[in-house]
Design a binder for this molecule. Sequence first.
Ligand code: ATP
Ligand code: MG
Length: 569
Amino acid sequence: MTNGNFPDKGKKEEERSLNFIEQIITEDIKSGKNEGRVHTRFPPEPNGYLHIGHAKSICLNYGLANKFKGLYNLRFDDTNPLTEEVEYVDSIMEDVRWLGFDWEDRLYYASDYFEQLCQWAEKLIMKGKAYVCELSSEEIAAHKGSPTRPGKDSPFRNRPVDENLDQFRRMRKGEFKEGEKVLRAKIDMSSPNMHMRDPIVYRIIHAHHHRTGDKWCIYPTYDYAHGQSDSIEEITHSICTLEFEVHRPLYDWFIRELEIFPSRQIEFARLNLSYTIMSKRKLLQLVREGHVSGWTDPRMPTISGLRRRGYTPESIRFFADRIGVAKRDNVIDVALLEHSVREDLNKIATRVMAVLHPVKLVITNYPEDKSEEVDAVVNPEMPELGRRKVPFSREILIEKDDFMEDPPKKFFRLAPGREVRLKYAYIIKCEEVVKNDAGEITEIRCTYDPLTRSGLPDANRKVKSTIHWVSAPHANEVEVRLFDRLFLKEDPDEAEEGKDFKSNLNPDSLKVTKGHVSSGIENASPLDKFQFERLGYFCVDEDSTPGRLIFNRTVTLRDAWARMGKNQL
Ligand code: ATP
Ligand code: MG
């Protein structure tokens, strides 16, 4: 890994106090553990697309390896043939790469360890530490007891070693049906930790696996495969989320009994975001039931959805770094994620003017056959990008919202008799309003002050407001997808009795409208990013075709929800 993969945070990063994981690693290095080596991994299960929570984990694991000059692996935890698909494997690799991380030649699959895991299971059997159990899953659950009540031994618990070994090998050969037998670790049915009550190690699944095909019909459980995979790869620090804290004694038991490399597990609080669902099972439900257009729908919290929405890898890495690592579960305000992308796009997005809800405005004293080009900036944050030319003419479009016939006191934009500045161009004054029979405004008629353009004598004349506009004959028509939060509730899981998270879906999370964009987008291609001045950041969608551009709204310029508790536009 090169430093080039990380945003250069310079001195500040060095000066930041160490988080609790960094402290643990620093101590381990100091004490000479693992010869001072640091090796982490990101272990996704290929049963869905990666989401922003995974991005946090990726940045954390790879960031730690980078900070301590160590290595990191990408490992697919592909032990469940029933839910895993190649499509997910491919998307995960694409997303990790896009985030800016290069695993070099360290790409692994837990399924490559099936033989080793099976040998280790036999080792446990031979040590008298595992047995083949023939109870049904319901019986096993009933025998488990409860946290306050000890469990009951399985009648198969004291089978002789030879019989266990024979049974297990026959399980592997495919002699039994699913659910008929399982291999269980023999630990302690009265342990206060439920995970230690003879957990299942192997179960029979007659299913095709996306990598091993039909070679196996027994599959290791997550708890058995995960820790051992870390050991095989000699992962020094196995970072995982808090819910695995109670599994740690079991993982340590396996390490002791199998006498294998002792990876150190460290738990941190998973990322929870307000207004966001992060469970893959629920995200899959949204996809399957058509509430979104797919895993890459720009409203999804998936990395591919965020990418399509217009997020940059830098903004996600910056967000992951800024929220830090916590030991207790908490909920991060999604506004912080939006703020991160706004900050990054402000630096890189080309400015253009666009009108989304137009009303026609005619400048009556501007010659009919004339048009001119006014001078505008490409990006005020990057003066080196220079200037752009914006066509101006007698007929322009402005945003309906920027005009009020009967304005309240605090409205300073255009109104009858009032003056505003057209951004980069002239000051205009509203003289007349034309309406149709239904009383709707069809045209606003104005005069302009020809000396108020930049470079002319009255360029600095002040008016209370500046609005954006687009020259009507020069406007590019595009489709604009106005995305909003997918859920209306801060905690989407908090639903009324008898309803679930889907009852909190925001029915207005997508509005499609026609946009009229001034010059500057003619050669745009998918993922290009723009600021529509005064409106927000927009990104060209992958569904665009030449001549039919589609823009996704990434984020508004300001946090509209914080201000008014509800989205505008
Ligand atoms: P889900 O519970 O939705 O199925 P998962 O945690 O099982 O998700 P995995 O593919 O197993 O998904 O996750 C890969 C890694 O990403 C794990 O190490 C996991 O701890 C981490 N991870 C998953 N979700 C989050 C999250 N919200 N915040 C931080 N890390 C996460
Ligand atoms: Mg998992």
